[in-house]
Design a protein around this ligand. Sequence first.
Ligand code: G3I
Length: 395
Amino acid sequence: MPIRLQRSLGRRRAIFLGLEMMAGIGAFTAISQFRNAQTQAQNQVLQRDFTVSGTAPLRDRAARKGLFYGAAVLRSQLAKDAEFAKSVARECNILVSIGEFKWDMLRVQPDRFNFEPADVLVKFARTHNMRLRGHTLVWHQALPLWVESTMNNLNAREIMVDHISTVVRRYAGAVHSWDVVNEAIKPEEGREDGLRYTPWLNFLGPNYIDLAFRTAAAADPKAMLVYNEFGLDYDTPGANAKRTAVLNLLTRLKNSGTPIHGLGIQAHLGREGKAKLKPAQLRQFLRNVADLGLKILITEMDVTEKAFPTDIQLRDRGIAALYEDYLSIVLEEPAVIAVLTWGLSDRYTWLSTAEPRSDESPVRPLPLDAQMNRKFAWNAIARSFDKTTKRSPVA
Ligand code: G3I
């Protein structure tokens, strides 16, 4: 091989090797910077103060500020688990049904309602001086097979109106607030109004939402009627679009005189990866909703923590930090009247199956652990209630 060629190959190899070394050093630097940032973040969480004064339950701390605190439960959990039922009674002054007011548990046949499970929740709430939330009257999920096989554009109106009238009338005075319509917004489906394509939209058109609220108001003029939605919390393109679409929907409903009284923000935190809260952005959204004359309920708060470290101390503190950072923002808005977590104890959380951890350790998203002990998450919620300003209590 000619010398000249050897030299140019040598030079090229040297350059290539040099570039590789620089890339290696660059990558090493990036990884060590990432690790340093991670360590720094973990140290911040480990040093964060979650001290709570006293042992008063969450319901008392909430009530002192004119708020409700509660959790999502199933009748079956309360019936079979006395320890859990006792913890719910101690900590909550409002409950929401996980399934008893959904179509697939409540109305298994078109002409047959199964009210017994919901009646048990009504009784439990009354016994323990709690409000009860009815979740949910109109949703595109949890629909029994008969709805999907028989509903069409000729009978959909009667099916929906009959359902809402029958259920809301029966629980008038027992159910404090209804999620009349749940998760009707999905901007990525491309409609100008941002509505999600559901059987209700397909058969009844966009005014199905107004019809649902008017029907519920006629059946119980005293109930608080709420639109409930998820994915409204973070500074991401999806959440930003969803907040805009929800605000537009609420504005349209209010301008047309629809009897709507509140927005339910589900607040399933930690589900959008590394997305961050933008406090001013979230505060402004809440204020815009409140300026429509609506109350705001945090309806299903929990934390997806599958990406958190395995170390329990780090996980529990990281989860608590998410709760406290979120509540410190939303509770600044006086229109926020209730905070409910989607479950009270790690013994019962949908996230065990919906968002399992890769290290296969049980998830720890809720205020109480699986043995009903209070965790840092409980402290975070307690501290948030203790720090917020008092609202005029809502009936
Ligand atoms: O109660 C029956 C039980 O008798 C039967 O043996 C069992 C067999 O699978 O099913 C039980 O019903 C289940 C119900 O949860 C109560 O546990 C349903 O199959 C199951 O589909 C249902 O899932 C619920 C889901 O909503 C659909 O209704 C989840 O637990 C619940 O966490 C989830 O909650 C939703 C909110 O309603 C709306 N916002 C999002 C949130 C999380 O997805």
